[in-house]
Design a protein around this ligand. Structure first.
Ligand SMILES: Nc1ncnc2c1ncn2[C@@H]1O[C@H](COP(=O)(O)OP(=O)(O)OP(=O)(O)O)[C@@H](O)[C@H]1O
Length: 299
């Protein structure tokens, strides 16, 4: 999908929150942003190496009087797994929802600052959040398949986009990528609600990737699953990062350490305290507060 498609005017939801937040110029003409995205080296402001695909600049989010994120500057690299960790209420989910503008759906939410996806501020007036979410898919904590067949769950997004050519093949490919095909190939007409929780979550991942997004956001995708189902999801996430940029919120520090390349540590008050290679965060963080959190001294 091109940027033009992302900015089509066919939005099906209110953009009032976005209009309030979209105060900065298009970054393509903003020398500050051009300087900030150093494709080969390390970004001085946000600490990321490699090509950033998502970049927040002084991002602040409020729910009414409550400030959930404070001046967050973070650049997320392409085709890697980036984990967001931190104690409850520190703003991890809020940050994730900013990326594909899911916070637009929360009346009390107000976003200030900038969030760029491939160099385009997603809070610009001309961005259609529905088109944006086709490129930035999301998987939630509790598996939420539609009350339809396994096949229809995966085909749905393609059908509403009129991408029905070779539909069977596309459904099969998505189910294979989500490591579910072998378990469901003989029962595609069965209700998705009859699958186990872990299978339902992999079906939701298949549904998200069927429309071929660039980024997959995952909000605690394994927290409702048993250890075996969790292990399958973790393996799958690592495989997905070969093709997609994956951003995952998790409460499980071992999980972050196992599967992510980069880790962002948010602490109370919505502050991004440290962002670095996952090994560095878990073995030798710069911040004493991060070390205390990682070692269980608080949080
Ligand atoms: N819809 C909402 N309305 C009002 N306040 C909200 C809403 N969503 C989140 N908040 C508040 O914003 C802050 C950050 O919440 P958020 O859910 O982003 O944190 P989190 O780190 O993901 O937490 P958890 O790990 O418990 O899921 C919290 O103080 C929370 O109470």
């Amino acid at each position: 999908m091109t940027e033009n498609e992302m900015t089509s005017n066919e939005s099906t939801e209110s953009t009032s929150t976005a209009e309030a937040a979209a105060s900065s110029p298009d970054p393509s003409g903003d020398p500050l942003v051009e300087q900030s995205i150093d494709v080969e080296g390390t970004n001085e402001t946000t600490g990321t190496t490699g090509k950033p695909v998502i970049e927040s600049r002084d991002l602040n989010v409020f729910y009414g009087e409550t400030q959930a994120l404070q001046d967050v500057n973070l650049a997320i690299p392409e085709k890697q797994v980036t984990a967001m960790i931190g104690p409850s209420g520190c703003g991890k989910s809020t940050f994730l929802r900013c990326i594909n503008r899911m916070n637009d759906l929360i009346d009390a939410a107000r976003v200030e600052g900038d969030l760029y996806f491939e160099g385009k501020n997603v809070y610009d007036d001309d961005v259609d959040p529905v088109a944006l979410r086709r490129r930035i898919g999301m998987v939630f904590q509790h598996p939420n398949p539609f009350p339809k067949s396994i096949y229809d769950n995966v085909a749905y997004g393609l059908q509403i986009q009129n991408q029905t050519e070779n539909l069977d093949e596309k459904v099969e490919t998505a189910l294979k990528r989500a490591a579910l095909w072998d378990e469901v190939k003989d029962q595609l007409d069965k209700s998705a609600l009859d699958l186990s929780g872990g299978q339902q979550q992999r079906l939701c991942i298949a549904r998200a990737i069927a429309v071929d997004p660039d980024v997959i956001l995952m909000d605690e995708p394994a927290s409702a699953l048993d250890p075996i189902a969790t292990s399958k999801i973790e393996d799958l996430i690592e495989e997905l990062a070969e093709e997609y940029t994956v951003v995952i919120v998790t409460h499980n520090m071992q999980q972050a350490a196992r599967i992510s390349d980069k880790t962002a540590v948010f602490l109370t008050g919505g502050e991004l305290v440290e962002f670095d290679d996952t090994d560095k965060i878990f073995e030798n963080p710069d911040s004493q507060r991060v070390e205390d959190y990682i070692t269980g001294k608080f949080g």
